[in-house]
Design a binder for this molecule. Structure first.
Ligand code: FES
Ligand code: FES
Length: 158
């Protein structure tokens, strides 16, 4: 059975018809062809599918699409406005990404963290990224990149 929902995706209001059992990850990737949230475990274990839902980082493989009705979803596609977002810039500069499969999810977990806590400690960044697995780069450089982005964002608003 189909169900009509409306939601905002990266600032754009959308009206779509979904299957009741469909996940947000399926809606984004298979129906809307937004492929930045990656499909991997589909069990909430790896964080590759992380998006921001009403300000909170969520595993889109665990969220039913019907639950986003009336809400706002952000993916990494919405990060870049006038050039790279500081998180993207520092991931690039510090080589915090190799194959890049985990990177969109890491960036969205990091953005949700910095939106709620602009001055996180090293431990808070590690904790905020703890749901995002990386098979190549590891975690040292991504954490450094998030801290560097946080510094730049604070400096630019002071
Ligand atoms: S694909 Fe969603 S957590 Fe792994
Ligand atoms: S950069 Fe390859 S999985 Fe993280």
């Amino acid at each position: 059975m189909k169900h009509a929902i409306r939601f905002v995706l990266n600032g754009e209001e959308l009206a779509v018809e979904i299957d009741v059992g469909q996940t947000l990850l399926q809606l984004l990737r298979d129906q809307l062809h937004v492929t930045s949230p990656k499909r991997s475990c589909e069990q909430g274990e790896c964080g590759a599918c992380t998006v921001i839902l009403n300000g909170k980082a969520v595993n889109s493989c665990l969220v039913l699409a019907v639950a986003v009705n009336g809400k706002a979803v952000e993916t990494v596609d919405g990060l870049e406005r006038d050039g790279l977002h500081p998180l993207q810039k520092h991931f690039q500069e510090l080589s915090a990404s190799q194959c890049g499969y985990c990177t969109p999810g890491m960036l969205m977990a990091a953005k949700a963290l910095l939106d709620s806590n602009p001055n996180p400690t090293h431990e808070e960044v590690k904790e905020g990224m703890s749901g995002n697995m990386c098979r190549c780069t590891g975690y040292v450089r991504p954490v450094e990149a998030v801290l560097a982005a946080a510094r730049e964002m604070r400096d630019s608003t002071s």
